[in-house]
Design a binder for this molecule. Structure first.
Ligand code: ASP
Length: 449
């Protein structure tokens, strides 16, 4: 059996929902359908979830909410009418959307989450009704009935591990269960959402819980690209990717799947496939535990900007016991996360995300390192980018990094730092941001040209 999740763009209009129904009909193993709220119909449009946020804000401020209510109800109305659904379905949805405005705004920590979740919840009812109209045996299932119990951290829910026992019971369903994504319920029965984009997480949890053979995640691209299509014209699609490789690529901004969605499927050993609702016959990108076929050792090339490096050098640093700890202690005291730390004999660099370093924190670091740790040289460099070459099989091949650095040098790209862990899942090059795109193009040409 398969768990099949559809994202907001796959459910934005009646036309899209008809494609979704055709996909579900095509394969009787698709027994669990997880849905997002209706997304954007075009780039100018508003996602229903974002409209619910405006609605919440007005309600919170005690202002008139009728414009927001009407806009959201109209979105569902146009879908219901175009699908020629029984009028009761729309009446139910409208009632649910309107009653949100009756909820108390004080002493109600889950109010925002309840608004957010309404997009998915009503869409699941709508999709289940449409599937039934299309002759399928389908049933809407609230996360509470599915057993999706979560911790009570608003907009940052975590699944309670005990939930899996209840979810497992869904295995025997004879019907297609349509489950709204993005939220669970607390032990007290409050609606609590995952972070934004969290419907992917629901799909992954259900897939792991019922022990699905596959978790299909339908979106609006044919799969995950080897490199960003904004930089490389028509990049190749990655056919197969391991969870570890996906995690590395996601770190550098490949955002097809929610970060947290990998974990449940990974632990439950359920492979994931990213597919396109608008082109369902394309094979998509499969995310697996281990590669099953030989592929290009470099599976993906990612770049991310807004990094900063703190370079420091001190004569005989290597002999000074505890020096590294003292450097890291200052970051900890200032509540700064660090990302990478390439070292030399008498020097080390700390690479951080730009957002971690406010001007005040920067001054604090400079004075601590010069006065207390008495470093000989200190340099803070902004506007850096990381370029990641990702692939688990790279470790078995000789000369890949040589080919990469040769290509970078031929394009006059100055390598500021290189960082490679022993796992060799990725090799990271740090360059000036103005050279980021050229670096990605050079690497793509080398390994995929
Ligand atoms: N609708 C939610 C959001 O826009 C969750 C999702 O689509 O996955 O963040």
């Amino acid at each position: 059996m398969k768990v099949t999740k559809f994202g907001g763009s796959s459910l934005a209009s009646a036309k899209q929902i008809k494609k979704v129904a055709a996909i579900i009909k095509q394969d009787s193993d698709r027994r669990f359908v997880v849905v997002s709220a209706p997304g954007k119909r075009d780039s100018e449009d508003t996602k229903v979830t974002d409209a619910l946020i405006s609605y919440y804000q007005k309600h919170r401020a005690g202002q008139d909410v009728s414009k927001e209510q009407d806009w959201i109800c109209d979105r569902y109305q146009s879908i219901c009418q175009d699908l020629e659904l029984d009028p009761h379905v729309l009446a139910d949805i409208k009632k649910d959307i309107k009653q949100l405005a009756t909820l108390p705004t004080t002493d109600n920590p889950f109010l925002y989450d309840t608004f957010l979740a309404a997009g998915e919840n009503n869409n699941a009812k709508l999709i289940a009704a449409y599937l039934r109209q299309e002759g399928l045996l389908a049933h809407y299932l609230h996360p509470k009935e599915a057993g999706l119990f979560v911790s009570g951290e608003p907009q940052n829910a975590r699944l309670l591990p005990s939930s899996y026992d209840k979810i497992e019971e869904l295995r025997n369903t004879k019907e297609i269960l349509v489950i709204p994504g993005f939220f669970g319920v607390t032990k007290d029965g409050d609606v609590c959402t995952f972070s934004r984009g969290g419907s992917d997480i629901t799909g992954s949890i259900i897939a792991a819980g019922v022990g699905a053979e596959l978790y299909e995640n339908f979106t609006d691209v044919d799969g995950i690209f080897v490199a960003h299509p904004g930089i490389i014209e028509q990049p190749q699609i990655i056919k197969e990717l391991t969870y570890k490789e996906m995690r590395e690529l996601a770190y550098a901004g490949f955002s097809v799947l929610h970060d947290e969605a990998l974990i449940p499927a990974y632990r439950g050993k359920v492979p994931i496939v990213i597919k396109n609702t608008n082109n369902p016959d394309a094979p998509g990108t499969k995310i697996v535990l281990e590669h099953t076929k030989p592929e290009n050792a470099v599976v993906g090339i990612a770049g991310d900007d807004q990094f900063v490096s703190i370079y420091l050098s001190k004569y005989l640093m290597n002999r000074e016991v505890g020096f590294g700890r003292k450097v890291l202690q200052i970051l900890e005291d200032l509540n700064i996360r660090w990302e990478h730390m390439p070292t030399g004999i008498d020097d080390l660099s700390l690479v951080l995300r730009e957002k971690e370093l406010t001007p005040i924190k920067e001054q604090e670091i400079i004075s601590y390192l010069t006065q207390q740790l008495q470093v000989d040289e200190l340099e803070i460099e902004h506007n850096l980018s990381i370029i990641m070459m990702v692939g688990e099989n790279m470790r078995n091949l000789i000369g890949l990094t040589a080919r990469a650095t040769k290509a970078l040098s031929e394009h006059d790209i100055n390598l500021k730092m290189i960082s490679q862990g022993t796992s060799e899942v990725s090799v990271i090059f740090i360059v000036k941001t103005e050279q980021e795109k050229d670096a990605i193009k050079a690497l793509y040409e080398t390994f995929y040209g």
